[in-house]
Structures are given as C-alpha cells and as structure tokens.
Design a protein around this ligand. Sequence first.
Ligand code: FE
Ligand code: CA
Length: 517
Amino acid sequence: MANVKDVRFLSRRDALVVIGGSMLLPLAPRLVKASDALRFKSDPFKLGVASGSSTPTGVVLWTRIIGDGLEQTAVPVRWEISTDEHMRKIEQRGVAYATAEWAHSIHVEVTALKPGHEYWYRFIAGEHASSVGRTRTLPAITARPERLRIAVACCQKFETGFFTSYPHMMNDNLDFIMHVGDYIYEYEVKPGLGSVRWDGSEEATTLEDYRARYALYRSDLDLQAAHAAHPWLVTWDDHEVANDYAGDTSYDQSGEGFLARRAAAYRAYYEHMPLRRSAIPVGPNMRRYDAYKFGALAQVHMLDSRQHRSPLACLGEGESDGPGARCTALFAAARTKLGQQQEQWLSAELKQSRATWNVMAWGTPIAHVDLDPGPGVAYRRDSWDGYPAARQRFLDTLQEIHPNNPIVINGDIHAFQVANLNRQADDLQTPVIASEFTATSVTSQGVSQRALDERRKWNPNVLLSDATRRGYLLMEFSRDRLQTDLVTVDTIKEREAKRGLTARYVVESGKPGPQLV
Ligand code: FE
Ligand code: CA
C-alpha cells in the first residue's frame, strides 16, 4: 500500500519515480540515465542502514550515501519497505533526496504500517542497492505484549577495541537496541598502548570533524550489522560533544564558542541517527527526549541529561571534573539535570502512564555513591550526585505520581552497576522505590576494580559494580518481572569474542529493588 502523502510529494518533485507494487528494480537503469550524480565509482552505501524512532504505525529509515562528486547535487535515493526479507512484497516505496547540507543523510519517516510488525527495507541509488535492514513498529497502544527484550549498550571508544558485543546481540531475539551515550568519542585519537585501531584523528570540534568521526565509527561492520538487524532507541551522553559538558559549558569553553561546537556536534548526531524531523537541530538546540509505548507492558522514556543541565558546582580554581567535596552551591534548588521543560514533560508522561514498567533512560547513574570512606561525603561531579536537588525532585515525582515499577537505565562509568534507589537518595534507611541498571562499556576502559570493591562497603545501596568486563545489558520485561542479564565479552582486542554472564538480576513487579538470582 502506497503512502498517499509520498505519492503527492513525488509526483511534484520527480516524475521518474513510480509508486506501486508492480515496479521493482528494473526502474533503476532509467534513474541512472536521468542524472550524472547517480554514477557512483564505488558503493555509496558503505556506512550501512539503520532504523528507529518507532511508533505503532511508523518508523524512521536511515542511510547516508558517500562517494565522489556528491557535493553540489541533490541525489535521489529510492527506498522500499517490505513484509519479507527478500523484498518481494513491497508495502511502500518512495524517493528521498540526499543533499550536502545534511551530509547526504536520508531520514525517511514511513507511516501507515501495522503495529507490532517486523519489516525489511533497503535503499537504491543509481545501480547500487544497500543491504537489507530489518525493523519493527511498536505494538498497538491497546496491545498487551507478553514480553519486550532490549539490549542496552554505551561507551564505544573506537580505537580501544573491536565492538565484539554487537554480534552477540544478533542471537538475543531482541525487539530493540538501546544506546545510552558515548556513541562516539570526540577525543584526539592517539596511537599507543592498548589501541587496536586508529586513524590519527585530531579532537573533533567542527562539523566536518564530527561527521568524519561518525563515518569512522559506522565503518565498523559489527556496528553496522547491529543497526541493520534492529531498530534503535538512542540518547546521548557527553562525548558526542565534549568531555563532561553541561548545558553551554565544557571543560575549556563556555557561551557562544562552546554553543557553536555543540551545534556542530548535534547536527552530525542528527545526521547519523534514525531520528524524526522533530529532532532536527536548530542551531545548538535539539529535542532529544521522547516516550516509546510498548502497549500495556512498558513505557520507555529516552531522556537528555546533558543539553539542559546546570554547570558543575563547587569547582576549585582550574578544576574541571573528578571527585569533589560538597559546597553550599551544590544544593541550590534551581540546579537541574534535565531542565525544567523536560522535568515537567516527564512528570506528565508518568502521570498518564498505565504501563506495567516505566523506564527512564539517560546518560549518567543516579544512585548515591559516596567516594569518601570517612564521615565526609565526596561525589562524582558529573553524575546525579552532583545535582542533589534535581535528583530529589525526580525521586519526589516517583513518590507522588507512583508510576508502576520505575526502572532507571544508563551507562557512563564503564562498569556494570546495579543499585537500589532510595526515597531519599543518600538516606539508605528510607524505602527503596526504584531499581537502577548501569551498562558497562562496549570498549571504553574501566576504572580500578579495587576502588569499586572498597567503596561498596560504605555504599550498600550499590548491589554490584564490575569494571573488569566489557559487554551490555540484556533486559526482558514481562508482565510479572524484569530479568536483566549482565552479558560480557571475553575480549575486545580481537574481532570475535566469547560471550559470558556476570550476573542475572530480577525485579519482581510491585517489589522495587533488583534481586540477584
Ligand atoms: Fe564513556
Ligand atoms: Ca563517606
């Protein structure tokens, strides 16, 4: 069935394109003749395909074409979506235009699909067809799915290792892959100890730099395959822009200068992710929060804990990050991590949610972790420990609105962490009201395990922390429980790795707090 809106759009813009079930690949040669831009010297689909931002009736299909001579032209790229993996039964097709303005990326918002269905898709440019990707729509709002299976990944520094986690996700029978940030690292890429691959890049600061960085990461075939195999739900953390940045402030810049860099980074992010038009950045601003409803089973909020946050507090002269002692400014009520608008939006979403599971996914951990073994309290400036008033507002929201089974998911610390969230974050005598799962890194190096083991002695709300392993979270939500596997890979220094399991936790519906099984 053709999408009526697309038919009108196409008949105005490109008479060569025919929509309907009868015309298949034989159309391609005519398109080649129609435009010089369609003669590619090599495969223009080297960065692969992706999909995501699903709704019950729609999905975003993504690709970015690369090659010589693309600079000045709007390149027509055909897309097709099918109900079978051999692309025999085409449900819809259309054409989109790749322009230099958006780095020749394509974001097709397909509509009028069936809820809870699997689809396959591909792109065609000139005589080249992309690989076939698989995607899914969300279940109908009224559906009562038995289960939802997602893998959660983050922190994939390219030169540190191969992305050996992703091939294992292929066998996990997933509905979606969730990425919670540090998809790229903006750092200068240095050859050196522990580096398995590198390309000599400088620190990314300009649009061209960030585009090149995404293209480098997407050249990884395991990452490409993971994008082609599943739709993704994404949010970001700091390294998509700059280390430990907060709102309009980074470690070495603030105001206009940093906002210009942020605008470049956000634009490149949009260009490389399967995002909707609603996410198109305007200058340095980009909407990165959304809710995904899996029928009655789960409501997943992908949240942005970077763009709208207040600057880090209690910094000494010349300090930029690292652990800090608390000062009065830290506790200021006006300090925010999500920003007022997003906080209000989240409260409204939670208020109307009847889902069995309510998931909040963002970049950084929220459980209270005291870094000081003595009576004093030291904290990580960049985590929610650095934003105590904002954290308490979030916990108050959970207490007041009482959404079913709140689950918090994040990454950032390059370690698995499983934690109880207490009603008052730093008062462990107060009731546990939510559960937190922090994914370890795909490749980025972990911190000292000895320090983590020590720290757990005076932070009993942290049930597990393991920085020794790379891997991901495999989470299965069902009606009566959530099961989370801490999946590990035995190496990132070779292309292939053996899979392992560090631990399995269960959260029973109605009983907050992860339990080791
Ligand atoms: Fe990281
Ligand atoms: Ca202490």
